[in-house]
Design a protein around this ligand. Sequence first.
Ligand code: MRU
Length: 361
Amino acid sequence: MKVDGQHRRSLWPSARGDALYVIDQRQLPHTLAIARLDRLDQVRSAIAEMWVRGAPLIGATAAYGIALQCRQAADDAALRAAQSSLDSARPTAVNLAWATRRMVDALLPLALAQRAAAAWELADAIAEEDVAINAAIGRHGLALLQALAARSPGGTLNVLTHCNAGWLATVDWGTALAPVYLAQASGLAVHVWVDETRPRNQGASLTAWELGQQGVAHTVIADNTGGHLMQRGQVDLVIVGADRVTARGDVCNKIGTYLKALAARDNGLPFYVAMPFSTLDLGLSDGLAEIPIEHRSARELTHVSGRDGAGQHTEVQVVPDGSPALNPAFDVTPARLVSGLITERGVLVADEAVLRGAASG
Ligand code: MRU
C-alpha cells in the first residue's frame, strides 16, 4: 500500500539477503522509522516488543528470523532453538508457530550447506504468498461489501473495525482492510469507524494512519462508542482480523473484539472475520478453553504514549500510583456470533465441517 504516495510493504529483505528491514510500528503515526534486523535475537525482540505486530506479519517476520539464524548456524539444534525462541515471543497468534514450523520442516531434510539459501528463499515465498492471500481475501470481501451497498444505492457504506488488521499487520493489503481498499478502488463510497483499541491504540495510531495514507474516509472512535453507533443505524457491518481461529470457528482477536460481536448481534448487523488459512488452528476446538491468551505488561494500561505539543514523543501515567492493572491482549468470540470468515478460499461459515473441508480441499 502507499505511504506519501509511494508503494511500501511492512517488511522487505536487504538486496544482499543478509538482513530484514521492518517498519518500527511503535513510532507510528508520527514517525516512519525503518529498522534493520541482522540477527535472530533482534527479530525475536522486534516481535515481542511489537515493532512488528499483527498475526500474518509476525509469521513472515519469524520466517526471516529463521533465515537469519541459518547464516550463523544451521544445524538441527540451532534450528530447533531458533524455532522455540521465536514461538515464545508471542503466544496467541498461531501464524508465528505456523511459519517457524514450515521453515524448520522444510530445512531439516536438507544438507547443511543448502540450508541458508533455501531458508531465505522460503521466507521470501512466505512473504509473497501473504500478499497474494490478502489480495484474495480482499476480493472475496469486496463482493460482500458490494452486496451490502446495493441495498442502499447512492449511500455510504459504514464499516466498523477493531485494532489494526490492515497492511501494517500483514506484508501488504491487510486482511480486514483489504476489502475496504478494493472497495475504494472500485468507486464504492466507504467510510470506516476505527476503534481506538486500548491499551496500545493500534486503531488510533495504525489503522487511522494507513487509511489516511490511502485516502479512505474514516473516523476514530473510543472503544466504547461502537454499540451506540450501531443502535443509531450508523454502522452497516463489522470486519475484524484474527489471531487464531479454532476448528469450530471460535475467533481469537484483539481484546474488545467480543464486545463488538455482541453489539453487532444485538443490532442485527453482520460481524465478519477476515483471516488467511494460516490463522486456522485445526488442533483446537473450544477457543475459550484452549487458546493461550497473551497477558502483557500492566504499563501498557497505566501509561499512554504519544506526541506532545512540542512534537516530542512522550509517555504519561493515567492510573493512580499503586493501582493494579490487568492487561489480557486478546479475547475469544464464539463461532455463533460470527456471520462469516472471509478467507483466501472464499467466505466460509464458522463451522467445523466447513472449515475442515476447506482446509483439506
Ligand atoms: O497485538 P497485535 O497488535 O499484534 O494484535 C493484532 C490483532 O489483533 C489483529 O486483529 C490480528 O493479528 C489480525 S492482523 C491481520
